[in-house]
Write a protein that binds this ligand. Structure first.
Ligand code: MIC
Ligand code: SF4
Length: 642
């Protein structure tokens, strides 16, 4: 039996475990990336491990999320990350250099390598044939220290593309189509390989748009082959030597195969408040639009920006729309400026933002109240934009421009003829905004600079054989990490200050939660299906842990979040029978007994003391995960010298 692309990379990096879907495997990690909103915590964790130098082939620290410096906090964190990177052998991408995933694709990603990043959109690297996965900060810290990254061996899905996209239909529409087909839960436990004749029509940045949004499917990662198109991209970046060819074997076996004919695809749009709430643009055209945002790690490549500029050229945006443009990197911005396309964008009335995440993570540009915002981003979760009652829609750059020009949702095919976009043969490479770390001799003299906003890492308690605690919160299906630990301009600066951050925990669902959890001392959270989807932020586990949450019981969990809960020492359990979700209410007192034996058996019995009912819960912890929970989290476990 032949191998898929992902299986080939996994086989080469396998440190332990059996490559059967569902089994735990340990992987050697070649590269890591962090961004600033998760990086401060990841480096504090790395420091706690007491190692001098990173042991990876390349580790890069990016500053791209917290670039709004409305107080000392973000600037202090940047300074901390810069100094800690310099000391420990990590490359430092300065603020303004661009969004981590875009820059990593341009400058550092290599086909066939493994990459983990403390950001859920790390699978963007799959566009260049990397096995790139999002992880919690602590897992990234361990990988930087040379430790293995543990995942459940995924199932293999294949998407076969045939045909060619029509004008005004783009890679983003392919992402939305697969979300429409599979939903935000459809990729859980799987790696999605993209293939078929149709991929030959897609450049690396277009492939990266698709692998980027594989995250929204819940997939472990997504990957494209490394082929002549990959070689051309690397050559244009001046690093053809990083190219290796990579494809699946003809007799590789997939658990699921999906076919998409690009010829028949039309412009699509994801309606509020979920990326899989997809309909055709045509079906909701005419809806009034207040704001349009173009950028984010999904759609900020040079190709995207050149398309936008060409469509805006010589036109003025609608007076009722505010349009923001954030190019993905300094490279993209420089090239836009050099070819004059930037002037076309400016002349249209767009507002140029810096090369960073910006509005995507609620860092400014929140819509007006009850506003309609069309964004080329990847997430439209409730409240994420910073305006609680805004309606955020996800679209391609083409559809975004059409709305910016007309003031209403418009099928971009109504704009007439799509201008021809000529991509340059080579990209303008200027890596001066990436700082090399100090050599090992000089590193000792580098002082790590810590600001007053950096508070100590919270510690968890070991799980015990029995626990009685109250349900502090009960929530429904598809709870995202943006519900659990919101981001945005007011909150993000406190990512290294868990006590302060804790005041906002579950703010979208129930503002009284933090106080209630604190007053209970120890508590339990109950959720529905796909709990913890979205971001990789370990804060969505660390903050509940700080507030005393000991156990989370749900119908099912998202991959990165469940790993983060275990790393934080919180026990994740699922209902054996999903209907038992209805047998628990907020405020009920629950008792778990025989926990250790239950961990071995895979079943733990819970007694709802308030309702006098017994419920069976499931778990499938590996020996390592059991030990982590019994030690009180991964840091405590690592300190025990495991
Ligand atoms: C996001 O898109 O939600 C983020 C912000 O990039 C997160 C990371 C974070 O919370 O810092 C992600 O996707 O992992
Ligand atoms: Fe940044 Fe948005 Fe991409 Fe997250 S999804 S890395 S916030 S641009």
């Amino acid at each position: 039996m032949g191998y898929t692309i992902a299986q080939k990379i996994i086989k080469e990096h396998l440190l332990s475990g059996d490559m059967t879907a569902g089994q735990e495997i340990a992987l050697r990690i070649d590269q890591t990336l962090t961004q600033d909103a998760t990086g401060t915590m990841a480096y504090l964790e790395f420091e706690t491990m007491g190692l001098d130098r990173v042991k990876t082939e390349k580790s890069v620290a990016y500053i791209d999320h917290n670039t709004l410096q409305s107080g000392f906090e973000n600037a202090d964190d940047h300074r901390y990350i810069q100094s800690v990177a310099e000391k420990h052998g990590i490359y430092f991408s300065r603020p303004g250099n661009g969004i981590c995933h875009q820059v990593h694709l341009e400058r550092f990603g290599k086909p066939g390598k493994t990459l983990i990043g403390s950001d859920s959109h790390t699978p963007t690297g799959g566009g260049i044939g990397m096995l790139a996965m999002g992880a919690g900060g602590l897992d990234v810290a361990v990988a930087m220290g040379g430790g293995a990254y543990y995942i459940t061996m995924p199932k293999m899905y294949k998407v076969n593309l045939t045909g060619k996209l029509k004008p005004f239909v783009s890679a983003k529409d392919i992402s939305l189509e697969i979300l429409r087909i599979l939903s935000v839960k459809g990729g859980v436990g799987a790696i999605i390989e993209w293939g078929g004749e149709g991929i030959k029509t897609l450049s690396v940045p277009e492939r990266a748009t698709i692998t980027n949004m594989g995250t929204e499917l819940g997939a472990t990662t997504s990957i494209f082959p490394s082929d002549e198109i990959t070689r051309e991209f690397l050559k244009a970046e001046g690093r053809e030597e990083d190219y290796i060819p990579l494809s699946s074997d003809p007799d590789a076996v997939y658990d699921k195969v999906i076919d998409i004919n690009l010829d028949t695809l039309v412009p699509l749009i994801a309606c509020p408040h979920s990326p899989d709430n997809v309909v055709t643009v045509e079906s909701i055209k005419g809806t009034k639009v207040d704001q349009v945002c173009i950028g984010s790690c999904t759609n900020s490549s040079l190709l995207d920006m050149l398309k936008v500029a060409a469509l805006l050229k010589g036109k003025t945006i609608s007076p009722s729309v505010s349009l923001s443009i954030s190019p993905g990197s300094k490279q993209v911005l420089t090239m836009l400026s050099d070819c004059g396309a930037l002037s076309d964008i400016i002349a249209s009335g767009a507002r140029i933002l810096e090369c960073a995440c910006g509005p995507c993570i609620g860092m400014g540009f929140s819509p007006n109240s009850a506003g309609v915002s069309l964004r080329t981003f990847n997430r439209n979760f409730e409240g994420r934009s910073g305006t609680a009652d805004a309606g955020v829609y996800l679209v391609s750059p083409e559809t975004a421009v059409a709305a910016a020009l007309t003031g209403v949702i418009t099928d971009p095919r109504d704009l007439g003829t799509m201008p021809e976009i000529k991509m340059p043969e080579s990209f303008k490479v200027n890596d001066t905004a990436v700082l090399d770390p100090a050599g090992s001799d000089a590193a000792e003299g580098v002082e790590v600079l810590r600001g007053p906003n950096i508070k100590p890492f919270p510690t968890s308690k070991p799980q015990e054989n029995s626990l009685t605690a109250t349900v502090a919160l009960k929530v429904g299906d598809n709870i995202t990490t943006d519900h659990i630990m919101p981001a945005g301009a007011k909150i993000l600066p406190y990512r290294s200050n868990i006590p302060h951050l804790s005041q906002f925990c579950f703010g979208v669902c129930d503002k009284a939660f933090p106080e209630r959890a604190k007053s209970l001392g120890e508590s339990i959270v109950v959720g529905g299906a796909n709990y913890g989807q979205g971001s990789s932020r370990e804060h969505a586990a660390l903050v509940p842990m700080y507030l005393g949450v000991r156990v989370v019981i749900t119908k099912s969990f998202a991959r990165i979040h469940v790993a983060n809960l275990i790393n934080a020492g919180i026990m994740p359990l699922t209902f054996k029978n999903a209907d038992d979700y209805d047998k628990i209410e907020q405020g009920d007192s629950l008792t778990l007994s025989g926990v250790f034996e239950g961990m071995d058996k895979g079943e733990i019995t819970l007694k709802n003391e308030t309702k006098g009912k017994e419920i069976t819960l499931c778990c499938s912890f590996t020996e390592r995960q059991k030990a982590i929970l019994k030690a009180g989290g991964l840091l405590a476990y690592t300190k025990e010298g495991k």
